[in-house]
Design a protein around this ligand. Sequence first.
Ligand code: FAD
Length: 500
Amino acid sequence: MSVDHSSEQSPSTAENIFDVLIVGAGISGIGAAYHLQDQTPGTSFLVLETLDDFGGTWLTHTYPGIRSDSDLYTFGYRFKPWVGAPIASAEEILNYMGEVIDENDLDKHIRYQHHIDSANWCSTHKQWTLKGHRKDTGESVTFISNFLWMCQGYYEHAKGYTPEWPGMDKFEGEIIHPQTWPKDLDYKNKKVIVIGSGATAATLVPAIAADCEHVTVLQRSPTYFIPGRNENEMADQLRRLEIDETWIHEIVRRQILFDQAEFTRLAIEEPEFAKTELLNGVREYLGPDYDIDKHFTPRYRPWRQRIAFVPDGDIFKGITSGAASMVTDEIESFTKEGILLKSGDLLKADIIMTATGFNLSVLGGIEFSVDDKQVDFADTVTYRGMMFTGVPNMVWIFGYFRASWTLRVDIIADFVCRLLTHMKSNDVSSVEAALRPEDMDMPKLPWMDPENFNPGYLMRSMHLMPKRGDKPEWQHTQDYWLEKDELPKIDLKDSVFVYK
Ligand SMILES: Cc1cc2nc3c(=O)[nH]c(=O)nc-3n(C[C@H](O)[C@H](O)[C@H](O)COP(=O)(O)OP(=O)(O)OC[C@H]3O[C@@H](n4cnc5c(N)ncnc54)[C@H](O)[C@@H]3O)c2cc1C
């Protein structure tokens, strides 16, 4: 693998030509950079990031209480021990990522304030040309690479998803989406409605409830939660025994992943039992008289959507203290004073917070083309949720939702580094995952089976996503436990990989 420095595709200087370009300096992009440096020494690479700092999700989300909903032993990278409590604040996650950057001298490989607008693959030169602009100066920028590693996340960072409800313009208070939280928002002693009951609401509500006059969580339908203490007994015990943190990290990860695998199996094989277990956990906090059926018993089977961990049951404590309350109903319309419900009740509010989710973004909103012909990713088929037919030398990290996202960063990185090494030793410059003759009649199905996983943002935008086939290699299984064994065994000589 080598980059043709004589490309006439666009102005190029030695400074803007790399073996690999990574788009995004979130947890995926920083992980990708670490692994490239560690596993493919000598590979030149650059991380391009639109923001003025690293962190992605953990930098852009600034609402009160922002924290992870999965444990950091598995949300952390496998190569960098996590030494804090399992559930971490955005600040703690940013500090952890900062340490990874410092300890591995990655900063020199990152260009901040570089927004990428387009990416074109040239089959003649076997190169990607990325064009974009600097956010600070507006100056146009061009970068060239042989390989493109997309770590741009999966949702629009600039704006969250807020449904259109009748009468929204009539409401005299403020309407806020947590993704774009105003720094100076004053919610003290205010009546607040939070619409939605997913992970964001579960984080936000306990963080603001004590300061507000009252917080009403308005949900159309309930969500599953796993309440528990924000500590890991095994990690604490091993620390008392002065075991090395590297060992603790590995042992605790294995224990958590083992327990999660057991729970996933239970949720699939005995969904009613798994459901009862989850609801019992909530009942412990809310007591026997609380209407769990109405407010905390979802209509879907456990595990069809991510289950948020609630550290120390904090949202439930907010409810029992009277600072917060749940309303399960549908919105008829917004009014001057608040929200009129289909039941006829009126909820009064000074501020309405719409914790209603994301807008999915397919590959960072970047205009992709191959030999100047625009790529519509909905026309492509995904190879294991990371490569796409018709798009050479490109991998996208789309992590796990049932397990921690980052587990997939590490194992996709192993695959990419192995692939790059294989290409180099075979003196080939391009690889494409292509349908084999036996795959031609395969049905082209939506990216994700809604029976398997069906969060709203994915359902709304599934038509924009690449297709999946009905064979394991043409699907993004969302199954860490399968992929951790299968990905390292992928035969790079398989005819699915077309090298040139
Ligand atoms: C509030 C919240 C909590 C979450 N909690 C968890 C959790 O506990 N556990 C879990 O597993 N997952 C969680 N997730 C999912 C989470 O998004 C991922 O786990 C993970 O942080 C995604 O990392 P990423 O680096 O792939 O993407 P992002 O964090 O989205 O980072 C992508 C980066 O790419 C940059 N970028 C995008 N487009 C361009 C472009 N065109 N040009 C240049 N740069 C670009 C962005 O600016 C951004 O910095 C959570 C998500 C949210 C929103």
